[in-house]
Design a protein. Structure first.
Length: 414
């Protein structure tokens, strides 16, 4: 996943673009009323000249340092996109739309972000350029669709599609997280309970058994030996586990080979593999449908689609598809050559190419697999709960039985 994000293409700045900064200013209007505000410009002289043209006598201009906007989530971006699309569709001017959405946001970081974007647009930048200056919030796909909407004069329509796209992806991610959270939480609790039993409970039984003066059953001896090791070297286990997990996730994040191995493994897991594959297919189809419906050329659209599936296997496959399509191959043939896309997507893509409705067919594919993910999450939740209960019961019950076996043995002798 990290590779998909890292390799995602970001819009480049136009050659020779003047570097701009935020300036805080204070002044008076013609009636003597005190005014203040912020403006993005290439220098304080530009700020002064712009304000003078507006009839404002400038008394102070100060350049603001670079600041962190704070936490702006994908959900915030999706909500802002939906609100902006609604405003534009209602006929509200762009700059006024930004003001309304920024003032209505309960997140100060979102308000600051929208204010900065509005300042860029007000000083002459296109909306696409303003967004592309903030790649940590607006990816290449977002910027490309906004640019296509500006060029075609259908910005409200494409922002509406973008909002729908992001809302669908957020819902899909939420379903996957809900499927993974429960078993992860239960496993973590099981490890914690087992550690507590090994460190605090078993040693008490060991002291009790030492007074018996009799041979202990083999399961009890094994549990006591493990407990002694954990009590003696708990700090080594904790340190080694922490370093191991940190090194693993660091390698997963930075090593392309590790990412490819883990992404392949995730697609082959017995229960969660099919779920991950369906989710990646749904994201891939939804992204390409959105780009193609906006009029973005196929080869260029595939460049943005490559990282959208969130899986390095799909990323590499999309790059091969892009190369095949750019040399004249049909999308269906290129998809089939990768060997990772399901038969339904291949058939729908073929129908879409023949009928000229590829975006509609891909949307239907995305809807279908999002429904499949929903059903798979429900099925996994219903199946995994009893399985985890059996595993936990076996683990904790086995420890308890192992520690009580000597007591049962003594009771039978008496």
């Amino acid at each position: 996943m990290a590779t998909a994000a890292a390799t995602r293409k970001t819009p480049s700045k136009p050659t020779g673009e003047i570097q701009q900064a935020n300036f805080y200013w204070e002044g008076k209007d013609r009636s003597g009323r005190q005014l203040k505000g912020e403006m993005r410009a290439s220098g304080d002289a530009v700020v002064t000249a712009t304000l003078r043209r507006q009839g404002i006598q400038v008394t102070r201009v100060r350049k603001q340092g670079r600041r962190s906007l704070g936490k702006v989530s994908e959900k915030d971006i999706a909500l802002f996109t939906r609100q902006l699309a609604t405003m534009l569709r209602a006929g509200v001017p762009l700059l006024q739309s930004f003001d309304i959405v920024a003032k209505g946001s309960s997140n100060a970081a979102v308000s600051r972000l929208l204010t900065d974007v509005r300042t860029d647009v007000e000083t002459g930048s296109s909306l696409q350029t303003a967004f592309s200056r903030r790649p940590q919030y607006f990816d290449a796909l977002y910027c490309n669709l906004v640019g296509a909407g500006e060029a075609a004069g259908i910005l409200d329509t494409l922002l509406d599609r973008l909002a729908t796209y992001k809302e669908k992806l957020l819902a899909l991610k939420s379903k996957i997280r809900s499927a993974l959270f429960y078993p992860t939480a239960v496993i973590a609790v099981a490890v914690l309970i087992t550690a507590i039993i090994m460190i605090f409970v078993v040693p008490q039984f060991k002291d009790l058994f030492s007074s018996f003066g009799a041979d202990l059953p083999f399961p009890t001896l094994v549990v006591i030996a493990i407990s002694d090791f954990v009590v003696r070297f708990w700090w080594v286990l904790l340190l080694a586990g922490g370093i191991g997990l940190y090194s693993f996730f660091l390698a997963w994040k930075r090593s392309e080979r590790m990412q490819m191995v883990m992404d392949r493994l995730m697609l082959r897991l017995p229960i969660f593999g099919p779920l991950m594959h369906k989710a990646a297919t749904a994201r891939w189809a939804r992204t390409l449908s959105t780009m193609f419906a906006a009029g973005v050329p196929m080869v260029e659209a595939l460049d943005s689609v490559a990282g959208a599936a969130g899986n390095n296997v799909f990323y590499q496959a999309t790059k091969r598809i892009q190369a095949d399509v750019s040399t004249g191959s049909s999308l269906t043939v290129a998809l089939q050559a990768t060997g990772i896309f399901p038969n339904m997507l291949l058939q729908m893509a073929s129908i879409g190419e023949e009928s000229g409705s590829l975006d509609a067919m891909l949307t239907k594919v995305a809807d279908f697999y999002e429904g499949e993910v929903d059903d798979a999450v429900n099925a996994i939740s219903s199946l995994i709960e009893p399985a985890i209960m059996v595993i936990l019961g076996g683990l904790i019950g086995g420890l308890v039985i192992a520690m009580y076996m000597p007591i049962f043995k003594m009771g039978s002798v008496v």
